[in-house]
Ligand binder design. Structure first.
Ligand SMILES: CC(C)(COP(=O)(O)OP(=O)(O)OC[C@H]1O[C@@H](n2cnc3c(N)ncnc32)[C@H](O)[C@@H]1OP(=O)(O)O)[C@@H](O)C(=O)NCCC(=O)NCCS
Length: 145
C-alpha cells in the first residue's frame, strides 16, 4: 500500500499576500476557503478577493494562477474547485469558474468556463476532452494541439 502523504495533513498558516511555508500566495485571505488534505504547488498565486473555495482532496500543480477578479478585462466572481479535482501545473483559472468533482485539468490550461464533474479538460481555452472514471482519463475528443 502506498504511503499516505496526507496522513499528517495540517491546515497551512496563511497570511494575506505572503508566501506560505509551501511557497504559494493568497491575496484576499478572508474570502479564501481551503478544504482538508489539499495540496497546492509552489508559486501558485490565488487572488481570492471575490471568493475562492478549494474543497477537500484537491491537488493543484506548481505555478498556477487562480483569479476571482481580473482587472485586465473587468471580470469578477467566485472560483470553486470541487473535491478531488486535480489542476495541472501552470494553469490559469479565470473569475466565476467552477471545476467539478474529480475533474482533471491538463497542464498549462486557461480555464474560462465551468468544467463539469468527472471531466478531463485542457488547452487554451480549456475544453472537455474526455471523462474521468476511477481517477483515469478516457478520451472522447481528438486533441488539436
Ligand atoms: C492532461 C493529462 C493528465 C493527460 O494525460 P494522458 O491521459 O496521459 O493524455 P495523453 O498524454 O495521452 O494526451 C492525449 C492528447 O492530449 C494532448 N494533451 C495532453 N495534455 C495536454 C495539455 N496539458 N495541454 C494540451 N494538450 C494536451 C496530447 O498531446 C495528446 O494529443 P494527441 O492525441 O493529438 O496526440 C496530462 O497531459 C497533464 O497535463 N498532466 C498534468 C501533470 C502536471 O501538471 N503535473 C504537475 C503537478 S503534480
Amino acid at each position: 500500500m502506498p504511503e499516505d502523504r496526507f496522513e499528517n495533513w495540517q491546515p497551512p498558516k496563511i497570511v494575506d499576500g505572503e508566501m506560505t511555508k509551501w511557497h504559494w500566495v493568497v491575496k484576499g485571505v478572508d474570502s479564501f476557503r481551503l478544504g482538508s488534505r489539499t495540496d497546492i504547488g509552489a508559486f501558485t498565486y490565488i487572488h481570492a478577493v471575490n471568493g475562492v473555495t478549494i474543497e477537500d482532496n484537491v491537488q493543484i500543480g506548481a505555478g498556477c494562477r487562480i483569479y476571482s477578479v481580473s482587472t485586465i478585462d473587468q471580470k469578477e466572481g467566485l472560483v470553486t474547485i470541487k473535491k478531488n479535482a486535480k489542476i495541472g501545473a501552470g494553469t490559469t483559472i479565470l473569475p466565476g469558474v467552477t471545476i467539478g468533482e474529480n475533474s482533471i485539468i491538463g497542464a498549462h490550461s486557461l480555464v474560462k468556463t465551468d468544467i463539469p464533474d468527472n471531466s478531463a479538460a485542457w488547452g487554451v481555452p480549456a475544453k472537455v476532452m474526455g471523462v474521468v472514471q476511477g481517477g483515469k482519463i478516457i478520451l472522447e475528443k481528438k486533441s488539436n494541439n
